[in-house]
Design a protein around this ligand. Sequence first.
Ligand code: NDP
Length: 453
Amino acid sequence: MAHRNPAVEDEVARFMRGLIRRNEGETQFHQAVHEVVESLMPFVLEHRPYREARILERLTEPDRVLIFRVCWEDDAHNVRINRAWRVQFNNCIGPYKGGLRFHPSVNLSILKFLGFEQVFKNSLTGLPMGGGKGGSNFNPKGKSDREVERFCQSLMIELHRHIGEDTDVPAGDIGVGAREISVLFGQYLRLANRYAGILTGKGLNFGGSLVRTEATGYGCVYFCENMLNHAGDGIEGKSVAISGSGNVAIYAAQKSITLGARVVTLSDSSGFIHIPGGLDHDLLEFIRELKEERRGRIAEMADRFDHVSFHKGQRPWGVPVDVALPCATENEISGEDAQTLVNNSVRAVCEGANMPTDWDGMRAFLDAGILYGPAKAANAGGVAVSGLEQSQNALRLSWSAHEVDSRLQTIMHDIHETCLRHGSENGGVNYVKGANIGGFLKIADAMLAYGIV
Ligand code: NDP
């Protein structure tokens, strides 16, 4: 980030002009690529084989994009139509792997940004997984279980042709949890008449892995602990602001509390709750049940508990804390939010969500020299345990929670080491650069080896 070399900056600008021209209006995809190209360009310019083989240009063009219609009938017998996508981004180091997102905001730009990030993230885990992402603009909020079921079954009628344990293995993401994965898997069995690990995040009775539900949140906290330990510190006793109250946020909070931190915020799309004394495990379980099982709003916490306040329409970044874990969605930390966190002496920011920090926010963190763990490193624990689920399915056995958790801790530690190897500079660590170069090398070398394809 700190190269400020005019020749490199010109090259980044030239590259981005071409990318924007080829992918008009896809702003989230532009943002994700820009962040990667900023840190990779000096490296690529110094390494002629990557430059001459135009690896960056090839890596930013998905292998293929599938777009299809999903028709279903709602409870009032109206015909409903949604659009779905699967972006198979790059499979040069393993089958495509990445989640499905159901949210009204889903579009091709968001799925291409997520698929592109996934390529680097999956490479960083050290497991043989390529990158992909998919989803639909279907909004599960307010739908009955039967409506969600009919939608998922209809979606799988098309998707099943394009996935497979050696081809493409989707998982969950925003709006796609245990309920949706179960129905999707059941429909695959009916359509394909074969039992195979073609999705991850499955129920424990039908091929799921212990610790998969917890993996992204736990992994994010393990990565944060690695960053703090490297700086001679630790998460114990720290105050922590977390955004979101979904899968990633809940388990990031649980692990933070277990390791002795004080979790003072959680949020949803309507606002955030502040608990100055910190959450305990019982209160966290209440929130999990409220959000996951009753599909309620987090505002309800303030009505029920005197020591909890609700801040409508606001994000939690104004609360002074030692550690921030954004775990909700993209671009939820603006430049101004980041500067507020820095001014309030935040020590570490570790991204559980994908691209939660916008461009100005990222620059504010890097310029301030705080410990900043970007998503592709910090939230790789989820896909890593998905990879372990695939291994268990292939072996036809199940590992214990202890076994999976210790493998997860080792993977997060190794990703941290990779970031140190490629990101150490000026007496500190630029984790953005470290993660981008570390993720890039394995893929780029495979692409070079395959020739011009
Ligand atoms: P969930 O659907 O379980 O939870 C999402 C949470 O974020 C909810 O609290 C939701 O609030 C909130 N949220 C969603 N959109 C917005 C918005 N526009 N503004 C404010 N809050 C919002 O999703 P996950 O926990 O699975 O995913 C969260 C993030 O982590 C995403 O960026 C995802 O890509 C990333 N991620 C997830 C992985 C996984 O294993 N699940 C793996 C790696 C990354 P509400 O309830 O009001 O909708």
